[in-house]
Write a protein that binds this ligand. Structure first.
Ligand code: G5P
Ligand code: MG
Length: 221
């Protein structure tokens, strides 16, 4: 019989390190990292109606309507039925969580609990490579050459929604929406608090190791 497929979710406010932690987990445990925000950002450039609509929400730091994001994520999950996966940024509302519950049983939910001031500082220092979704931070993981992506040499940009007004809106919205989601998952929820991803990481690694064999040791993330 095939071994059971891991179904995991990482929750946390904007800037809490979901992308950073998911990237490390994906590499260390050989699973698929699926970021709802990255899927949305990729859809923006397509010139389609859905992309144009999503842009209006993203720019302002507002949540995209449940039915839009749920349809998008269900389609992506359908393509990965035979793989271990880890969701980053989805579900974010109770409606989304219920839709996800309808198609699978989650094994594990990780919640990153990071102080508000730390989040604001991180987002103002974040630079991204739009095509790949690679994320840098001028203090934490700067690119080799300032302003350019390490792998492609292409320019880095700041996300529209990392402007201070949008950040404040995103942080406010997160709390209201996340509370009932955490409540729903309380039996499988593991919370990690702190101001540094590198300090949280060993605990996350240990937790994951108890569910799925690593393909890389903890230090090689
Ligand atoms: P996203 O893309 O899901 P957010 O707002 O949830 O966006 P974000 O901003 O991508 O989350 P993150 O992934 O939690 O943050 O954090 P990260 O990028 O890994 O780390 C943040 C920065 O801190 C980086 O520069 C990183 O290098 C740095 N960093 C990490 N650790 C440390 C550390 O220890 N020290 C320091 N100094 N720095 C560190 O969603 C975007 C939008 O899409 C829509 C919404 O409009 C949303 O606003 N959307 C949805 N709408 C409805 N429902 C959904 N499910 C949606 N999903 C997305
Ligand atoms: Mg992210």
């Amino acid at each position: 019989m095939a071994s059971k497929l891991l179904r995991a979710v990482v929750l946390g406010p904007p800037g809490s390190g979901k992308g950073t932690v998911c990237e490390r987990i994906a590499r260390s445990f050989g699973l698929q990292h699926l970021s709802s925000g990255q899927f949305l950002r990729e859809s923006l450039g397509g010139g389609g109606e859905a992309g144009a609509l999503a842009q209006q929400y993203l720019e302002r730091g507002l949540l995209v309507p449940d039915h839009v994001i749920t349809r998008l994520m269900m389609a992506e999950l359908e393509k990965r039925r035979e793989q271990h996966w880890l969701l980053d940024g989805f579900p974010r509302t109770l409606g989304q969580a219920k839709a996800l519950d309808g198609i699978c049983q989650l094994d594990l939910v990780i919640s990153l609990n990071i102080p508000f001031e730390t989040l604001k500082d991180r987002l103002s220092a974040r630079w991204v490579h739009p095509a790949s979704g690679r994320v840098y931070n001028m203090d934490f993981n700067p690119p080799h050459t300032q302003g350019v992506d390490d792998l492609t040499g292409e320019p880095l940009v700041q996300r529209e929604d990392d402007r201070p007004e949008a950040v404040a809106a995103r942080l406010r919205k997160y709390k209201d929406a996340a509370k009932p989601v955490m409540e729903l998952y309380k039996g499988i929820l593991h919370s990690f608090s702190g101001t540094e991803t590198n300090k949280i990481w060993p605990y996350v690694y240990t937790l994951l190791s108890s569910r799925i064999p690593p393909v890389l040791p903890e230090e090689e993330h």
